[in-house]
Design a protein around this ligand. Structure first.
Ligand SMILES: Cc1cc2nc3c(=O)[nH]c(=O)nc-3n(C[C@H](O)[C@H](O)[C@H](O)COP(=O)(O)O)c2cc1C
Length: 209
């Protein structure tokens, strides 16, 4: 598929057929994620694919429990409505045949080597440079999603589940320096791409000539 067609066809899929995602497809998605640009070529990530439904369900259960702990059941309809929306958008991946957890790790940029000499910490430099590690992960995830589309699969980028990040890390024994940055649900979509309003081109583009 042409790149532009994959870009046009991509959408956030949240309903999946039960067809499994072959290991080769997951490997190809990650292989192209790793080709994305990254700060200082540091590739500050790792990808953990999970196709075991029992584990996927356990992750969702941990999230349900965390949401319940944060928003105890109340008579207030508005709170209950938001709680349900948060829960659904964070756990719908249970219907996906596969998920990929994107794990991030700290990176060292060239400028970090002289950080103490210029009286800045790694975190301050990271903030000034607008979190290049997060930007690097974003680039990799987009490659991963577009490759899924190219291979006739669909996916959805999910950060809602990070509400229970520590609990999921404990469950899966994800250890420092890695931490979960996002989750990608992957499978064959059971729904078509919906029509979704995007900002008008003029709103997002300016050119100084
Ligand atoms: C960083 C990031 C986090 C997201 N987190 C969630 C999420 O937790 N749950 C969800 O249902 N969708 C999530 N999405 C998907 C967005 O809602 C979706 O991309 C947006 O509505 C545009 O729709 P489209 O991807 O179909 O064009 C996330 C997307 C991004 C880029």
């Amino acid at each position: 598929m042409e790149l532009l067609l994959a870009i046009e066809n991509r959408f956030s899929a949240r309903h999946f057929k039960s067809d499994p995602v072959p290991k080769k497809v997951l490997e190809e998605m990650v292989r192209s994620a790793a080709l994305a640009p990254s700060i200082n070529n540091s590739q500050p990530y790792k990808f953990l694919a999970i196709t075991n439904k029992k584990i996927i369900n356990q992750i969702a259960d941990v999230i349900h429990a965390k949401i319940e702990a944060i928003f105890p059941t109340t008579d207030e309809k508005e709170i209950e409505r938001i709680k349900l929306a948060v829960d659904i958008s964070s756990t719908f991946f249970v219907n996906a045949p596969a998920i990929i957890l994107v794990l991030s790790q700290p990176y060292e940029a060239v400028i970090d080597k002289i950080a103490t000499k210029i009286n800045l910490t790694h975190d301050e430099i990271n903030k000034i440079r607008n979190y290049p590690n997060v930007q690097s992960i974003g680039a990799a995830v987009q490659n991963l999603l577009l490759t899924a589309v190219d291979l006739d699969y669909a996916g959805c980028w999910i950060t809602g589940l990070l509400i229970a990040r520590e609990e999921i890390e404990n469950l899966l024994e994800i250890k420092s320096p890695f931490t979960i940055a996002a989750c990608i649900a992957v499978g064959k979509s059971s729904t078509e791409k919906p029509i979704k309003e995007k900002k008008s081109f003029n709103e997002i583009f300016e050119i100084l000539e």
